[in-house]
Design a protein around this ligand. Structure first.
Ligand SMILES: [Zn+2]
Length: 115
């Protein structure tokens, strides 16, 4: 039982919590880091439309939940993988913070100049 990670050359199993992604824990965290880095660049400019910002927030919540499920599902994780999971959580949290700051800046920008 269990599927293998879809990344070429990777022989790790994909845990059931990641069945949808067909990724092993390592490659799941790596793909999350990549997506977060992209979104961070996107939001850093402060030009991301509200819909996109909401989409990113949903992404952060969904993936954070999934990561938590993987981390607590009783898999045998090496210390290395545990550390990687924690740092991916940090990445998600920082992205969320960035997003909040960017949207605060844009709403502040409006209220700072009363007529
Ligand atoms: Zn893999």
């Amino acid at each position: 039982m269990g599927t293998t990670c879809q990344i070429a050359g990777c022989k790790n199993d994909s845990p059931s919590a990641l069945a949808e992604q067909k990724l092993c824990v390592l490659h799941f965290t790596l793909s999350l880091e990549t997506s977060c880095a992209q979104m961070r660049r996107e939001t850093a400019l402060g030009h991301a439309p509200q819909d996109r910002q909401r989409e990113i927030m949903r992404f952060i919540t969904d993936q954070g939940e999934r990561l938590a499920r993987v981390a607590t599902s009783g898999l045998h994780l090496t210390d290395d993988l545990k550390a990687r999971i924690l740092s991916t959580f940090l990445t998600l949290m920082n992205l969320r913070e960035n997003l909040d700051r960017a949207s605060m800046r844009s709403s502040l920008g409006r209220s700072v100049h009363p007529r």
